[in-house]
Design a protein around this ligand. Structure first.
Ligand SMILES: [Zn+2]
Length: 305
């Protein structure tokens, strides 16, 4: 093998292997699960980021490069969520199939509805603002459906003999997600317009979808740690608007959120934004089951309306 050039290797490995499952690497556990939902036993999926990690900052490991080197397909969240860590890994994998724009590269955001696309010029002073919009779009189940459909289309092109299988898996996922959405809508119906605060801007798609109103963030700007001045302003605003729910992603320090909670009487709710963020979050639908149950329990506990 060592006598073959990279180009020859790419050619060899692009020969379709009848009956073999496609090797898929996903950047996060969310797109990994959506790929499993659609791909079933015709795919072997590994994810790079763990569900309890901050997906903006993932420590690069040599093992990731090895996984990428063998991949037939790379599925990414996109919108620059992974811009800080994934591009060098993909490059170092020297796998021509999965480079940006190649047939084995899928940006799952392309068919999603994306919020917070900035207008006008972006400056460093704005913090870690994503020029392509908010990358946490998978937290709207409608976007999970769009991403699953894009994955189905991609897998069907890569393994046309299995297209009917992928289509029926997608239809089943779509049906289960639709049933779950009815359940979630009923659960959240009493809390339309409820005001909340979150640590990072991870939840705009989630709060839009479920009718919550985010009035502020613990981070003064995305990716910028809390500052005393901003925290005091936030406490004042939360008191003024009687905000009783403070959502925190599990990878942030709870010191500032807890002090805000003590000052305002708000309940700090640690909500994992990804599959695998807690033991019971075993798949995409369970992610919403887990978080909505947590949220509703906290709302009832605080008596917030
Ligand atoms: Zn973010």
């Amino acid at each position: 093998m060592r006598f073959l050039s990279i180009a020859a290797l790419a050619l060899l490995s692009s020969v379709p292997r009848a009956g073999a499952a496609l090797n898929v690497v996903a950047s996060t556990e969310d797109v990994a699960d959506l790929t499993r939902q659609v791909g079933g036993d015709r795919v072997k999926v590994e994810s790079i980021a763990r569900g309890y990690q901050d997906p903006h900052y993932v420590e690069a490991k040599p093992s990731f490069i090895l996984k990428l080197a063998k991949a037939d397909l790379l599925v990414v969240v996109g919108r620059e969520l992974e811009v800080g860590w994934l591009p060098p890994l993909v490059q170092q994998s020297r796998n021509a199939r999965i480079q940006v724009g190649a047939d084995g590269y899928l940006d799952a955001s392309l068919t999603a509805s994306i919020l917070e696309i900035p207008t006008g010029q972006i400056t460093r002073a704005m913090g870690d603002v994503h020029p392509l919009g908010n990358p946490h779009y998978w937290l709207d189940p409608g976007n999970g459906r769009h991403a699953a459909k894009a994955i189905m289309d991609k897998l069907s092109r890569m393994a046309p003999a299995d297209a009917a299988y992928f289509a029926s898996r997608y239809a089943d996922f779509d049906r289960r997600l639709g049933e779950a959405e009815k359940r979630w809508d009923a659960l959240m119906a009493p809390y339309k317009g409820l005001k909340v605060v979150s640590y990072h801007r991870s939840w705009p798609n989630f709060t839009d979808r479920f009718g919550l109103d985010v009035i502020g963030y613990v981070e003064p700007r995305p990716g910028i740690p809390p500052s005393p001045g901003h925290t005091l302003d936030l406490i004042a605003e939360m008191k003024r608007q009687s905000v009783k729910i403070l959502i925190v992603e599990p990878y942030f320090d709870l010191k500032t959120p807890n002090s805000i909670g003590r000052a305002t009487g708000a309940k700090v709710v640690v909500m994992p934004p990804s599959v695998g963020g807690e033991k019971d979050i075993t798949d995409y639908i369970a992610l919403f089951d887990h978080n909505l149950a947590l949220l509703v329990a906290a709302i009832r506990e605080t008596g917030a309306k």
